[in-house]
Design a protein around this ligand. Structure first.
Ligand code: GRF
Length: 201
């Protein structure tokens, strides 16, 4: 089974979706380690509930971003991690990290990229007035929310939506899309050709 490590910073609802899919056998992958850059992340407790090793790694204990990322890489490699999932992880990864897991780091973002990268994507969508937003799972490169797109789900923006109501509906789709992409990768269905990602039927 594909060994997955998950990086988190907060609530951990996407982590929860992965843990549930792993437990019921539908993920085709095993979550072997959860790492957080925030001590108070609820995600750490969720991992604990599923008996998955979880650790807070304090950024302030490292002099540079590279040193921090190197420490994360070592912990992930020690557990045999083959795929890294960013599930609400709020830091940009360095090239040190990415070089250790080439084309093996994915992220979930709550908009239809390349629209509305960065923070508060749902509020950005409401303010801009788009009629559809959604969520994107993409490979991670050094640009923020910029790597090749693997899959997207569109979610209509309603006239009376605010950032919170839209975020809630997008989140439901995130919880479907992220496990689905991990399943595809675990089954070897995903190929990257330049910026285009092909998913074999
Ligand atoms: C999600 O909306 C995800 O798309 C974004 O951060 C949020 C994390 O939520 N990258 P959670 O921690 O998974 O509940």
């Amino acid at each position: 089974m594909l060994k997955v490590g998950v990086l988190v910073s907060g609530r951990g609802s996407n982590l929860q979706a992965l843990l549930e899919a792993a437990r019921d056998g539908s993920l085709g992958a095993e979550i072997v380690l959860v790492l957080s850059d925030r001590a108070e992340a609820q995600a750490l407790l969720r991992a604990g509930d599923f008996g998955v090793p979880a650790e807070y790694v304090a950024p302030q204990n490292f002099n540079t971003k590279d040193a921090y990322d190197q420490a994360l890489v070592e912990k992930l490699k020690a557990r045999g991690v083959e795929l890294v999932v960013l599930a609400g992880y709020m830091r940009l990864l360095t090239s040190t990290f990415l070089a250790a897991f080439p084309e093996r780091v994915i992220n979930i973002h709550p908009s239809l990229l390349p629209a509305f990268p960065g923070l508060n994507a749902q509020a950005q969508a409401v303010e801009y007035g788009v009629k559809y937003s959604g969520c994107t799972v993409h490979f991670v490169d050094e640009r923020m929310d910029g790597g090749p797109i693997i899959a997207q789900t569109a979610v209509p923006v309603k006239q009376d939506d605010d950032a919170e109501s839209l975020a809630r509906r997008i989140l439901e789709e995130e919880h479907r899309l992220l496990p689905q992409v991990v399943r595809w990768i675990a089954r070897g269905k995903v190929r990257v050709i330049g910026r285009r990602v092909l998913v074999d039927e």
